[in-house]
Design a protein around this ligand. Sequence first.
Ligand code: PEP
Ligand code: MN
Length: 454
Amino acid sequence: MERNLSSAHIAENWTPASWQAKPALQQPAYRDGAALERAVARLRELPPLVTAWEVLTLKRKLADAAAGRCFLLQGGDCAESFADCTAPVIANRLKVLMQMSLVLVHGLMLPVVRVGRFAGQYAKPRSADTETRDGVTLPCYRGDIVNASAFTIDAREPDPERLIEAHSKSALTMNFVRALSDAGFADLHHPEHWDLAWAAHSPLYDEYRKMARSIGESLRFMEALAGEPPRGDAKVDFYTSHELLLLNYEEAMARRVPQHWGWFNLSTHFPWIGMRTAQIDGAHVEYCSGIRNPIGLKVGPGVTIDQLLRTIDVLNPANEAGRLTLITRMGASKIDAELPKHLHAVKAEGRRVLWCCDPMHGNGETTPGGVKTRRFENIRAELETAFDIHAACGTHLGGVHLELTGEDVTECLGGARNLTEADLARAYKSTVDPRLNYEQSLEIAMLIVRKRGM
Ligand code: PEP
Ligand code: MN
């Protein structure tokens, strides 16, 4: 039965600043209000990072993913850092996403829509406002757009100038992403040149090797059809996303686009609302209700069906396809008990959503030595179980949301090389959540294909 949409919130009184009348969680306490206002005023004058036309194109692709006509691959760092705004880090991240998408395209026989967690993923929600070390208490680190991670009073002071720097770093990242994407990644079209040494350590080595060989064969077949190698100018699309968290920044990046009838957030194509700020009467939901971008909403184990359906109505009162992506992050141990009821309710109420699985955020743990990590086996288990539960409920899992990097880090346990607790010390670089490294990311793409395709 359709719920009564007329009772849903209508964004009549919405403005980019209307969130200010609502409770806004996870915002920093800026000490100098005048400096904040000056920074926000400058930000408002700076050019946008994306266009409304691109945003609407992505929305159509997300509608396609919901209908099973393509697959969403969304991935990147937990948080970008200003220091990592460098050519090798950006290029390696694109490279791993591109290779994963080639695996998925050939294995699932579907187009893949590639969305990075980049060019603006600078704000982090935290579980506590302060952090104490050796008896000293300081404000928590909230991401490079707010303060710095070093444990000193100066570093932790929220600095409004960082809003401008985040915009610049996002623009630099976007510029390089666009340049690399325009060049088409032709050199990645040959799996025989990929670094697949890790696969030899897996019991699934034979399957992985077969998969890489068959990708190579179909790429060569397509080249033969075209009569030439992949062209260097065959553009590959990448879209951007980030957690919509720091509302002063997002307000300044809201732009009215008369040709497309309305307001867009032009700092990113695809903002999402995190678990900690998804209150139905809260500031983040209010802000998102008035912009025309596609919106992601994280859905975790505590969310009730009533809460979920009411939030869907606020964010997508017209039940528009492609507008809302529900990113479920239940945890491998809770997904069986939690996910089916959400799928059944949303389906029964006829709500149009794209279902996407984030197998990272419900699977965090801390080692006895105090290191934040995630086990590859739990990530894999949540993802594979999500596919099974969707199949059993008659719903469609149309995408995956991952925290990953193209670097050779050791932050998540397990994978083909079976990283152990002792390995974590070798190359643990994240200041926030642990990411899949290059090899573990590629392995996840192959496991998705093993589960669903070929
Ligand atoms: C995140 O995606 O980095 C995050 C904080 O996720 P969640 O809101 O699902 O905990
Ligand atoms: Mn994270």
